[in-house]
Design a protein around this ligand. Structure first.
Ligand code: TUI
Length: 314
């Protein structure tokens, strides 16, 4: 058993967090990850509050274990989703794609743990001061909306800059990664792409298959001209996006072009016109397995890696 302060803080068995993913991380996946002894995080996305409440209740029906809700800070419903998390007594709220300082006091008053996803040391320090309980330091290897620093240099810099626990994210899919994250001073890992390729994830089967088939250079980033880089699997949409940016069309046109594309990939399974967000680690994901088997396999491999380390001492 690998136990870290993350296990005690969240009340979980294994130091593994499922990254919140809009349209992909629904109640079924969240509950399955929590049942596997890690912690599932419901992807709030831009979804209307009623949908989020129904999903939270569905998770509770499926598991009595701790789980979290992810709130991307560009959602128009941030305050309503915070209220739902408070009313439903969710264990932990993860935030992303922005600075959550304004919502931290309400969550803390309600006794909810606040776990912002950050991509820089500056925001890590600011959010520790604002009362965050733990941080997810996410490198730009990740899928979806990303920062500018890769995981290997980011995680130890954040670990050194704050006193609260730090979870490593971006590029993790197996036990070698978990062992490496612990070596960097993290208390665990967050994985998104790896959890997409599980039996319980309700994303369209085409999405899972595209990740399983992906190689090491399968992803690309777009959205730099908007100041919001996004990593996806390479497909005609991503190339069209790149071309639009090269032509220097207006921000408004790019936003309109991009709207609804994640849903198209995740729900409709459109791998040509949809946005197939995934991390660089897609190349390392080559099977679709139940969450319980996946978590057990990762923990076992990490234990083997760590137990083998003494052989490097003369
Ligand atoms: O949030 C994510 N990843 C996401 S959100 C998302 S939904 C989406 N849908 C359509 C188009 C674009 C996005 C998909 N993937 N990860 C957490 C994360 N947060 N990564 C980086 C950041 C971040 C970046 C800047 C956090 C804070 C930040 O600070 C800016 C500031 O205000 O200081």
């Amino acid at each position: 058993m690998i136990r870290t302060p993350l296990c005690d803080l969240l009340g979980i068995e294994h130091p593994i967090v499922q990254g919140g993913m809009a349209w992909v991380g629904t109640a079924a996946l969240t509950a399955a990850v929590s049942e596997a002894g890690a912690i599932g995080i419901l992807g709030g996305g831009n979804a209307p509050p009623d949908w989020v409440r129904a999903q939270v209740r569905e998770v509770k029906q499926r598991t009595s274990r701790p789980f979290g809700v992810n709130i991307p800070l560009f959602s128009p419903f941030v305050d309503d989703v915070v209220s739902i998390c408070i009313e439903e007594r969710v264990r932990v709220v993860a935030t992303g794609a922005g600075n959550p300082a304004p919502i931290i006091p309400r969550l803390k008053e309600a006794g909810i743990l606040v776990m912002p996803v950050i991509a820089s040391v500056a925001l890590a320090k600011r959010l520790e001061r604002a009362g965050a309980d733990l941080l997810v330091a996410e490198g730009m290897e990740s899928g979806g909306h990303i920062g500018e620093v890769t995981t290997l240099p980011l995680v130890p810099q954040v670990v050194d800059a704050v006193r609260i626990p730090v979870v490593a994210a971006g590029g993790f899919a197996d036990g070698r990664g978990l062992a490496a994250a612990l070596a960097l001073g993290a208390v665990g890992i967050q994985m998104g792409t790896r959890f997409i390729c599980t039996d319980e994830c309700e994303v369209h089967p085409n999405y899972k298959e595209k990740i399983v088939r992906a190689g090491d250079r399968a992803t690309m980033t777009t959205g730099h001209s908007l100041g919001h880089p996004v990593r996806t699997l390479r497909n005609p949409l991503a190339r069209d996006f790149e071309e639009l940016e090269r032509r220097g069309v207006t921000e408004q046109e790019i936003i309109e072009f991009g709207t609804g594309r994640l849903r198209l990939a995740a729900v409709e399974g459109d791998m040509v016109h949809g946005s197939v967000m995934a991390g660089q680690v897609a190349g390392l994901v080559d099977d679709i397995v139940p969450c319980k088997a996946l978590v057990a396999r990762i923990v076992r491999q990490a234990e083997d890696v760590l137990r083998g380390m003494p052989r490097f001492f003369g």
